[in-house]
Design a protein around this ligand. Structure first.
Ligand code: FES
Length: 178
């Protein structure tokens, strides 16, 4: 699993606190939502900062954050794949799609690959049941997905990332100051 960073830029956290006020529990969810929007997850250091500079305790922050599914404590992958497991998608093979992606990317207990490239989530109805089974790949809806089609999307994204990495390495090699 990609580990949360041990040091983060706290400027967004400070700006959020300033905007939302250092009040009490009423602001708790709003602050958590804004932190997640800013960082993509809830960094422990940001939560500590909020606890140290507001009337909301660390216990309250974690209590609320763990209660709601929307919050996450680890960084999200560069590509986010959401497989719909609502009723229509379920009966049309959502499990096989999830399985195909899991097999390809070797997910174990984590939801983000160790290289931080992919996050896999299971979601409820995406609102386009007539197109089932559906996945959402980087915020784009992909209709009538098959396990092969899902794997092909992942492979393309992985190949593109590998090419970008190689290109970056080459340009660094040619120009060490990059
Ligand atoms: S059940 Fe999957 S889009 Fe509705």
């Amino acid at each position: 699993m990609k580990q949360p960073s041990s040091s983060i830029d706290l400027a967004p956290t400070m700006a959020i606190l300033e905007r939302e006020g250092a009040g009490g529990r009423a602001q708790c969810i709003k602050i958590l939502q804004e932190l997640q929007a800013a960082y993509g997850y809830l960094p422990a250091l940001a939560l500590q900062y909020v606890a140290d500079h507001s009337a909301i305790s660390k216990r309250q922050l974690y209590g609320v954050a763990t209660f709601y599914d929307q919050f996450r404590f680890t960084p999200i992958g560069r590509h986010v794949i959401r497989v719909c497991h609502g009723t229509a998608c379920h009966v049309n093979g959502a499990n096989r799609i999830t399985q195909a992606i899991e097999e390809l990317l070797d997910f174990k207990d984590q939801d983000t690959t160790t290289d931080g490239l992919f996050t896999l989530e299971t979601v409820a109805c995406l609102g386009c049941c007539s197109l089932a089974p559906v996945i959402n790949f980087n915020d784009e809806t992909v209709a009538r997905v098959t396990p092969d089609k899902a794997q092909a999307l992942v492979k393309t994204a992985r190949e593109t990332a590998a090419k970008e990495k190689t290109a970056k390495g080459e340009s660094r090699h040619e120009n060490p100051s990059v």
